[in-house]
Design a protein around this ligand. Structure first.
Ligand code: PRT
Ligand code: ZN
Length: 286
């Protein structure tokens, strides 16, 4: 029987929509959001399982699933021996220590002997041990941010994204102990057929990510500035340069990375480029 990759995704939560979107952009179709617990793709040898995120590393370790998408925070906290295959760039957040706004903070040593509420006892324990701080860790499974106001703890260690939850609970973020994003995890030692499917999937994911991180750029350049402008636009191999109908001008086509986009655009304009068009790329195959 042909191999079928089993992929565990969060059923409903902050990872769900982006995970589904990623597979969609990879051209992999499956039913999602219908309340079903699993769904077989109609055009890729994969079956999707919809689970609570905390259970995903365990299912991947046990081989119930071959792959899974979880937050790095959950993967590390559960401590399951799974492989991180690829970082996915969404659901970015941080695990931070926060204390009541009116309390002074000098440094991590201030936590010595204190009670800290968290859903991440392992990550917090490792951090405190590394800092040589002894504190009482109170593990609670939700609403960590209310712990100081109800007298349960003097500090919290919780996931922060915009910071507004801390703010509205009268807390201030004083130390970030872990940075997280969604990751693709895999069961170690997959058989050759499944590994080939993982490689195929990874190739598509990287193409989708590369496209998101780059823009297609078309511009008009005076011929005497071509050397300077093309040096700023190396593209995938080299830019395409074609003559314009107007004497002394060329059209330059290339690809520009999002990270250096604005700096390069300014330099390109300063070199004499005109009529610059910037176009999103759907897929980028190296
Ligand atoms: O039901 P299930 O167990 O599957 O889901 P869950 O409720 O445990 O997890 P979920 O869906 O809330 O989060 C899934 C993953 O998303 C987390 O493990 C993180 O990797 C990531 N993530 C990204 C976040 C946040 N951003 C986030 N802001 N997870 C939680 N939060 C919470 C945080 O706990 C706090 O209560 O949002 C609040 C803080 O947000 P800000 O924007 O106010 O700072
Ligand atoms: Zn969860």
């Amino acid at each position: 029987m042909a191999s079928l990759l089993r992929i565990a995704l969060q059923k409903s939560g902050r990872l769900s929509e982006d995970s589904y979107q990623l597979f969609k952009e990879c051209g992999i179709r499956f039913d999602y959001g219908t309340g079903k617990l699993k769904s077989v793709s109609s055009n890729f040898p994969a079956e999707f399982l919809f689970l609570r995120d905390d259970d995903i590393p365990g299912y991947v370790e046990d081989g119930v699933a071959d792959l899974g998408i979880v937050g790095e925070n959950v993967a590390v906290e559960t401590g399951r021996p799974v492989q991180t295959v690829h970082k996915l760039g969404f659901s970015k957040c941080r695990l931070s220590i926060a204390i009541p706004r009116g309390v002074d903070w000098v440094g991590t040593q201030d936590l010595q002997g204190k009670n800290i509420a968290t859903s991440y006892p392992n990550l917090l324990g490792t951090y405190l041990a590394g800092e040589g701080v002894q504190a009482e860790i109170h593990e609670i499974s939700g609403s960590v941010e209310i712990a100081p106001s109800i007298g349960l703890a003097e500090a919290v260690c919780d996931i922060v994204s915009s910071g507004s939850t801390l703010l509205s609970n009268g807390l201030k973020e004083v130390e970030t102990i872990f940075r997280s994003e969604a990751i693709l995890i895999a069961r170690p030692a997959l058989d050759a057929d499944k590994q080939a499917l993982v490689d195929k999937l990874l190739f598509r994911i990287k193409s989708v990510q590369a496209a998101k991180n780059n823009k297609y750029i078309v511009l008009n350049a005076p011929n005497d500035a071509l050397d300077q402008i093309t040096a700023l636009l190396p593209g995938m191999k080299s830019p395409t340069v074609t003559p314009l109908a107007t004497e002394g001008w060329s059209s330059v086509h290339s690809v520009l990375n999002e990270n250096e986009f604005w700096e390069n655009i300014e330099a390109i304009r300063a070199a004499g480029a005109e009529g610059i068009l910037v176009i999103p790329i759907e897929k980028m195959i190296y």
